[in-house]
Design a protein around this ligand. Structure first.
Ligand code: GLC
Length: 566
């Protein structure tokens, strides 16, 4: 066989294999026609803070690979890794200077390939974070763009003249503080940045930008990535006429006037681009998750696409933003996302928000509340995305002094805004120094609670948060009603106890969660749901929960997940 025909046979085999994998990824996994990601549990990893294999104080990809067994055992099917591409790390990776490589701090492309392979061995898929809105100001595209008004990449970013000397083109404010325009003396124009000045916005009205970005996504799919989490999608487009934004009363934590981002977010063109990204994803059977900040269910609904041709998994942040344990509020939020035309995606934590352990904890029952929240969102109809450490009850460890803050917004906004360091601290593996994350001082300090809240200690305690998560995830993966069943709110007037039924083809699971500090005794009549006379059998319960006929006694923040036996 000549070299040429050998190469073409290899290429053919490769494309057949790719076709096979793409098909395998889009094959329904159950009788309901669900795709793999609908039955999967996702887990967000902040790579700086998960596991430090080379003991330099910062986590890395080999560290992640070494924990695949842990993730599998926990019940995780896919990990979303926040950006690990080469980056000056101003926004800890969200300022990318090369989309098709790995930052040396985290390893190499070879380490990445090993991680994908290790993931495959453990049935854990890899989701990368994709940042389409902006690059780093050190990206070669931007360096070229700023070099002259006629450079090849000039129009890849948004450059404008100021309104007058020292005056930016309009009143738009950066989310991270100050004007969203930065003057560059080389060409005497301003460039636009929705986030930090080191994160210039790409000009998505230039087709070359679209081509480059879609090409990059495809490049990663071919490397074995199972999908992307798309960063800040609502900010991709701006009003080309640069109309000022309406100013609202008051100031934000950075001291800027409050503003309605009417003319620089949420443009309909975003949806056209999402459809194109989806097309590329579909060729590889990949999934697209969206960082979709919306204020109404209708807005969230749009992100699925009119024909289900945009994001498969737009995150429902309205659920995450519920700031108290209120069954009424949760019922409202769940009903809203249930009314949308896509598959719900639930999140209670991420790397931008104070951890749920602190937000919902009452200072007395924090561990019980952490278990309650886990039992809650992991048994809803939809796909959950966990955040590392949530399963062991990690708490925020906010900086105590301004000089300790790493996240730039914490320095400029201090003390009102302490930044996001607190929710990004190292994973707590055991009771060794630095919680077993690293043998040297980690980039962020672990909180003292690591002595009790860590993987090793909690693994041995049957009543730990970790073991509750494991039990719920095991049930979720095997129980048809939890995987495929409908959601029906129960006892809707109850203001203390959140209860619902998940039912599927004559089988059902009842979930009841006491969201209050008082003991409660909810009773259930399931006749209306077609389960009149059915018996309840506890599957997972808090230590004080008691089942008597159709009545369940729950201690403060107690919970029960019960099988409904016809
Ligand atoms: C997203 C990320 C956040 C980042 C920002 C800018 O909101 O979640 O961490 O700072 O985008 O890329």
């Amino acid at each position: 066989m000549s070299m040429r025909s050998w190469l073409s046979s290899v290429a053919l085999l490769f494309s057949l294999l790719c076709g096979f994998f793409a098909q395998a990824q889009t094959q329904p996994v159950d009788a309901e026609g669900h795709q793999w990601w609908q039955n999967a549990v996702f887990y967000e990893i902040y790579p700086r803070s998960f596991a430090d294999s080379d003991n330099n104080g910062v986590g890395d990809l080999n560290g992640i690979s070494s924990k695949m067994g842990y993730l599998r055992d926990l019940g995780v099917d896919a990990i979303w890794i926040t950006p690990c591409y080469p980056s000056p790390q101003v926004d800890f990776g969200y300022d990318i200077s090369d989309y098709e490589n790995i930052d040396l701090m985290y390893g190499t492309l070879a380490d990445f390939d090993h991680m994908v392979a290790d993931g495959k061995k453990h049935d854990v898929r890899i989701i990368m974070d994709f940042v389409p809105n902006h690059t780093s100001d050190k990206h070669p595209w931007f360096l070229d763009s700023k070099s002259s008004r006629t450079s090849a990449h000039r129009d890849w970013y948004i450059w404008r003249d100021g309104k007058g000397p020292g005056q930016p083109p309009n009143n738009w404010i950066s989310l991270f503080g100050g004007s969203a325009w930065k003057f560059d003396p080389t060409t005497n124009q301003y460039y636009y940045h929705f986030f930090y000045a080191q994160q210039p916005d790409l000009n998505w009205r230039n087709p070359a930008v679209e081509t480059a970005m879609l090409g990059t996504m495809s490049w990663w799919y071919q490397r074995g990535v199972a999908g992307f989490r798309l960063d800040a999608v609502d900010t991709l487009f701006e009003d080309p006429a640069l109309h000022d934004n309406p100013v609202l009363p008051g100031k934000n934590a950075q001291g800027d006037p409050n503003m309605e981002n009417k003319n620089n977010t949420n443009f309909p063109e975003v949806h056209t681009e999402l459809q194109k990204m989806r097309k590329v994803a579909d060729e590889s059977g990949a999934v697209l998750i969206g960082e979709t900040w919306t204020s109404t269910a209708a807005e969230l609904d749009c992100y699925y696409g009119r024909n289900g041709n945009e994001l498969q998994m737009p995150m429902d942040f309205m659920f995450m933003m519920v700031d108290k344990l209120s069954p009424r509020e949760y019922r409202r939020q769940i009903a809203a996302v249930e009314s949308a035309h896509g598959w719900p995606v639930f999140v209670i934590n991420n790397h931008d928000r104070e951890r749920s352990y602190n937000r919902y904890g009452d200072g007395k029952h924090n561990d019980e509340i952490a278990k309650l929240m886990g039992a809650f969102y992991l048994t809803l109809r939809g796909t959950p995305i966990m955040y590392y450490g949530e399963e062991i009850g990690m708490r925020n460890n906010d900086p105590k002094r301004r000089e300790d803050v790493k996240d730039p917004i914490g320095r400029t906004g201090w003390p009102k805004e302490k930044g996001r360091d607190g929710e990004r601290t190292p994973m707590q593996w055991n009771t060794e120094p630095n919680a077993g994350f690293s043998t040297v001082k980690p980039w962020l300090p672990v909180p003292p609670s690591y002595r009790t809240h860590n993987v090793e200690t909690e693994s041995k305690d049957p009543n730990s948060i970790l073991n509750l998560y494991k039990k719920v995830l095991t049930l979720r993966h095997s129980n048809e009603a939890l995987l495929d069943g409908s959601y029906t709110a129960l006892n809707e007037n109850d203001t203390h106890v959140m209860s619902y039924l998940r039912s599927y083809k004559g089988k059902a699971v009842l979930v009841t969660l006491n969201m209050s500090a008082t003991p409660e005794k909810p009773a259930f009549d399931l006749a209306k749901q077609g389960f009149g006379g059915a018996k309840l059998k506890a599957l997972i319960a808090s230590p004080g929960a008691l089942l008597q006929g159709n009545r369940i006694t729950l201690e403060p923040f107690g919970l029960m997940i019960a099988e409904v036996k016809p």
